[in-house]
Design a protein around this ligand. Structure first.
Ligand code: C5P
Length: 306
């Protein structure tokens, strides 16, 4: 085998309920992940032995423009860590080149780095023929980061613990989304730290029954009303202008508007494709975001496409 390409979706959090900080610094979460049709593609090819570039080399291109410079292409990249972890666990592998074709915004709260790591696990497992069982891939993914297991399964799922323990959530029909992207990213760790400062008394997180019912019924209006994100106030505190972005989308008819994960991407649920186009046009015309992208959910997780 000479090359393997894996397609992997972005996520939006439909509910992100955050408990108090734990002893290990992480937070217990109830995190409802929803995979949307905004995809990165990860291609792995065998590297040349003795090239002096180490066991893993990385390159990048795609729709993220100048933000590509924000993606580290050294050993600290989560995709490089994924390849090394799989090689260590299986004893297989060899030098490998990883190419990231990115459409998921960088440091945008849509788990793009986690998606690339999940795709790299699947791509290297296929390239090396290691046949790692799914449960084991999910365990390795959780070791890499709290958001890495979800892109392996896709669809809609609730994550508990630090977000890595997944159970599927039934989702009917197709939901239409608009995402407003920001010029500069936000660090997940700094948003959680701001959350701790604002909410030292956070209650235990609980799954929202109304949200689950809306998803099962395919009811966009009810889903829009049920969207929630406990990190939103912390994201507003670090980036006050995000409030205006949400207001713009709501005034243009969005059924729900929310900061995606730790932000700064804002997510808007629309009734249908026409309504989504109107929300996107209002946001693009407002000058309050860098640009918009439209997508639908849910969609499947990592898929080998070549
Ligand atoms: O797990 P991951 O490395 O993706 O998490 C990134 C950062 O987000 C952590 O260093 C931590 O600050 C924060 N985090 C958290 N609680 C979680 C998940 C992430 O505090 N459940």
């Amino acid at each position: 085998m000479t090359a393997v390409t894996v397609r992997v979706p972005a996520k939006v959090n439909l509910q992100l309920a955050v408990g108090p900080a734990r002893e290990d610094g992480y937070h217990d979460l109830v995190n409802v992940f929803h995979a949307v049709s905004l995809f990165d593609e990860v291609t792995v090819t065998p590297g040349e032995p003795g090239s002096g570039r180490g066991p893993v080399s990385l390159s990048i291109d795609g729709e993220i423009g100048s933000r590509a410079a924000d993606v580290p292409l050294d050993a600290s990249n989560l995709a490089a860590k994924a390849a090394r972890l799989l090689a260590r666990e299986t004893g297989a592998g060899g030098p490998v080149r990883i190419h990231l074709r990115k459409a998921i915004p960088v440091a945008g709260g849509m788990a793009g780095g986690s998606a690339d790591a999940a795709a790299t696990l699947v791509a290297c497992d296929t390239l090396w023929g290691t046949g790692v069982p799914r449960e084991e891939l999910l365990r390795l993914a959780a070791e890499l980061g709290s958001d890495v297991p979800f892109p392996l399964v896709g669809g809609t799922a609730v994550g508990t613990g630090r977000g890595e323990r997944l159970a599927p959530v039934p989702c009917r029909g197709r939901f239409h989304w608009v995402f407003a992207l920001a010029e500069a990213g936000l660090s997940t760790a700094s948003v959680f730290a701001e959350y701790d400062r604002l909410r030292p008394d956070a209650p235990r997180p609980r799954l929202d029954d109304d949200l689950v019912a809306a998803l099962a019924a395919g009811d966009a209006r009810a889903l829009g009303a049920a969207l929630s994100n406990d990190l939103e106030r912390a994201a507003f505190s670090l980036r006050p202008r995000l409030r205006d972005v949400l207001t713009t989308g709501r005034q243009a008819g969005a059924l729900g508007a929310i900061v995606s994960g730790s932000g700064p991407t804002c997510a808007f649920l629309a009734a249908d494709e026409t309504a989504a186009a109107e929300v996107a046009a209002a946001l693009d015309g407002s000058g309050r975001c860098a640009r918009t992208v439209r997508a639908h959910g849910d969609v499947p997780g990592t898929t080998v496409v070549g």
